[in-house]
Design a protein around this ligand. Structure first.
Ligand SMILES: [Zn+2]
Length: 73
């Protein structure tokens, strides 16, 4: 998996929102007792500037630690 780092361009600017890379990822909530515990959703998310993908469950509002990037192609 390539963990792409987002960097400023030659002008020292961050990419605009339109240029900001998005990735597909399978996100699964692992919170015991959550209504969607163990249910995997494929979502499109913006990659963080440090290259790490972060999401949180929409039902229990807990940060997801099971995020698997879907390779393009
Ligand atoms: Zn949850």
């Amino acid at each position: 998996m390539d963990l792409m780092q987002i960097t400023k361009n030659e002008n020292g600017d961050w990419p605009t929102l339109e240029e900001w890379p998005t990735v597909e990822a399978d996100v699964t909530c692992r919170t015991p007792g959550c209504p969607v515990e163990g249910v995997t959703y494929r979502i499109t998310m913006y990659r963080n500037a440090d290259g790490v993908l972060r999401a949180h469950c929409g039902r229990c509002n807990t940060p997801n630690d099971d995020i698997i990037e879907v390779p393009h192609g």
